[in-house]
Write a new protein. Structure first.
Length: 434
């Protein structure tokens, strides 16, 4: 692939694009740069592909957690616009719902939606602060505070902590779940290009159709779909703040940092542009988008690998396509009928999809370890990570006064605090042996 020369760093946050070539074709080995675009009909078509790519994952999160679908979609679109403005159009990315929020939101369901939103908002504020620090000091601060062994452990335990929830949903409608899972696996393995990246969406739609044909849809939700208006305002609600819920949600910050920085590096590699100086801006943008979502009733956001896959397949990295996707998401959010349709997704479909999704989150942590060649022959890495993972997977739940903390919180605290202490003790022992 021919790299893209960064001829000039844009100083304006307002979108400006030059037309790539004749606006119709992309030459052999060429790519459409972030500050370029094809003709508007083609750009809109590619933008629609980005909408399809983000759809399944972005809508699945509120479906699982019980958040309003259209509200989440609204803040997803608004968050993407905010991201494009703050990064000055240098990083083509879509901000969709983060799966990392599912575990803390599910664990805090009994505390009510307002308290859950308070947790989302707190994560957004902390992520914004992390972005400011990275912006001022540089991205090297992340390597010092959160080395790969720590980041991988937190990501892994968040995903694996959700395993019982996936199994529970699967068991409620095993046949629907099995068909959904089978289609996802087949499309992932056999599908090519964009189709393989839409495996979750294809599997969910297939599972829904099968459930509808066999009477597997909840009757009250079907009635709600019939009665829902085609046009209406998204449901907005405000947060409240509960310390136990906030502490349960804060480990998600580690996941969002890892995802955002990883995606910035991926886009830099694909476009041939130097983007290390934009890592802080990306974190700030996602932090503000998540804060805004928490303040208004939506789920937290993150940059989407699904859309990075679309760029790799099309060789179009134009941020104009992301503006199309963001505006489309905002427009769809004003349709209660659409939200009611998504809400009819049955437990079996969710179970089949989440059996894969939660495992993927867990294995993402393993991939972080593998990419960084983390040495598990090192007793510090081995023992601290082992304890943190079991606390997370077993959902260790203890009280500190009136505050209840679950496995994600204890596992994350254990690795974030325990690792640097254990590493310092290991260095002290080595020095004293000399």
């Amino acid at each position: 692939m021919t790299s893209i020369r960064d001829k000039s760093v844009p100083t304006s946050r307002l979108p400006r694009w030059t037309v790539h070539g004749d606006g119709k074709t992309i030459g052999a080995g060429a790519v459409v740069a972030p500050d370029e675009r094809l003709s508007w009909p083609r750009t809109i078509g590619i933008g629609m592909q980005h909408v399809i790519a983000m759809f399944g994952a972005t809508l699945l999160v509120p479906t699982i957690t019980g958040f309003p679908v259209t509200t989440t979609l609204l803040f997803s679109g608004v968050g993407t616009v905010l991201f494009l403005l703050i990064t000055r159009g240098r990083i083509p990315s879509y901000l969709g719902s983060s799966f990392a929020f599912i575990a803390p939101l599910a664990a805090s369901a009994s505390d009510g939606p307002a308290a859950q939103l308070g947790g989302v908002l707190a994560v957004g504020v902390v992520l914004t602060l992390v972005g400011i620090v990275v912006r001022v000091i540089g991205s090297r601060v992340l390597d010092a505070v959160m080395p790969p062994v720590v980041t991988g452990a937190v990501v892994a335990l968040i995903g694996l902590n959700l395993a019982p929830a996936a199994v529970g949903s699967f068991e409620k409608q095993p046949l629907v779940a099995a068909i959904t899972l089978l289609v996802i696996l087949l499309v992932t393995v056999v599908g090519r290009g964009l189709l393989s990246r839409l495996a979750i969406l294809v599997g969910a739609v297939t599972g829904w159709v099968f459930a509808a044909a066999t009477g597997g849809l909840a009757t009250e939700r079907v009635y709600a779909l019939r009665d829902a208006a085609w046009v209406g305002l998204p449901e907005l609600r405000g947060p409240s703040f509960d310390l136990s819920v906030i502490l349960l949600a804060l480990p998600v910050v580690v996941v969002l940092v890892a995802e955002n920085v990883g995606h910035v590096k991926a886009v830099a590699a694909m476009t041939g542009r130097q983007l290390d100086d934009m890592a802080g801006n990306a974190l700030i943008a996602d932090g503000l988008a998540t804060t805004l979502a928490g303040a208004g009733g939506g789920s937290g956001t993150t940059t989407y690998a699904e859309n990075i896959g679309v760029m790799a397949a099309t060789r179009v990295y134009s941020t104009a396509a992301y503006w199309v996707a963001a505006i489309t998401a905002i427009v769809l959010s004003f349709s209660p009928k659409f939200g009611a349709l998504v809400f009819t997704i049955p437990d079996g479909v969710i179970g089949g999809a989440t059996l894969v999704l939660y495992g993927l989150i867990g294995l993402l942590g393993v991939r972080i370890w593998m990419d960084a060649n983390v040495d598990f022959a090192d007793p510090v890495n081995l023992t601290v990570v082992a304890a943190a993972l079991v606390a997370g997977i077993g959902d260790l739940t203890l009280h500190i006064g009136s505050v209840e903390l679950g496995g994600i919180a204890w596992g994350s605290v254990g690795i974030l605090v325990g690792y640097p202490i254990a590493r310092a003790l290991a260095r002290w022992r080595s020095a004293s042996d000399r």
